[in-house]
Design a protein around this ligand. Sequence first.
Ligand SMILES: *Cc1c(COP(=O)(O)O)cnc(C)c1O
Length: 410
Amino acid sequence: MGKTERKSGKISTKAVHVASKVPFSVTRPKVPPIFTTSVFTFDYLDQVDEVYEGKAKGYVYSRMSNPGVNLVEEAVASLENGEEAVAFSSGMAAIVSAILARVRAGDHIVASSVIYGGTYSFLRDEIPLRGVNVTFVDTNDLAAVKAAMRPETRILYCETISNPLMEVADLEGLSEIAHRHGAYLYVDNTFASPALCRPLEYGADVVLHSGTKYLNGHSDVTMGLAIIGQGSTGGTSAAELKTLASRIRSLASTYGSVPSPFDSWLLLRGIRTLPLRMERHSENAIKLASFLEAHPSVTAVYYPGLETSPYHHLAKKYLDGGFGGMLSFEVKGGLDGARKVIDSLRMAELVPSLAGVATTVSHPGKTSHRSIPLAEREKLGVGDGLIRVSVGIEDYEDIEKDFREALATL
Ligand SMILES: *Cc1c(COP(=O)(O)O)cnc(C)c1O
């Protein structure tokens, strides 16, 4: 159907209408195109009712939904074994909306004290302005988590693998505590990715992603996702989670924090190689972690794949097919030592993000933990000699050579 083409009008008419033509073909493109349209056309007036009432499937307006965005949501929901995913313009937009969808004034949140800086700022500075209280606890200490829970606690929040010391959360233990108190377990699964861990399978109710990181993997997209699902333990009822999912979706549209069609298309492209990339990231990271652990200028290595890691048993239980590409290590000589190593690296660039195909390093003391005084940071294990590595998928020999030569300058 559609209007008769306006091929015969004057130049202004042709410029508008001929240049907007959508080609027709009985064959379909092999891969989904980029749906760069802000709005969709109706063929006749009553079709508006049919679409709004759900009698006909149709898109209306891209802030509400877009076919390319829906494709990414379906892909990530499927990888995480979730019921539904909602895509956002960034990981922070996904995290903020998923939290706001669940709490109101008078409610309470229990969160891990070691979480992504943006999430920490939101929970410490923003959400209290809406009358929601937050208690930060060491989520590795299940007794402390239990003690922090209150009748009005709605969310227990943690990350599968935390930054920058790569602690692995006891997801089953945490979900059991959350559900016993009528709270939902929210898990930021950015560092593990669904290729290694699917927290819904261990009782999480909501999984969050910075799609900017491993899901995309090529350092060229900013996006986020919230995935809602009952998982296999089924702590929270399917009906409750359905309500939560539609509230999260409606907040994405109300706040307008939706991703662009182009970013969604790039993310979908990145996802196709996620398991393959995670396999190589993990293979390279365990080798680099072992190399660093044996190096005389390195005083500590934080990687859950190492048998010496206090989180190795949890990593073996919850991570499947590798221990991920993120590790941190402490060099001798504090800030001077870290500066010397970072500035001497010839392949690995200094990048305050992670999870791309290229090996990169960052300095948590100068970035994510910058606002915390050194003495306090040292107590947390984030001293000035700490270097975080996002191990890439290059040939391992070249990665090791880069670090070996940089460490030799100490
Ligand atoms: C990067 C990151 C975020 C925030 O995601 P953005 O896409 O930058 O908004 C949240 N959590 C973790 C663990 C991250 O690494």
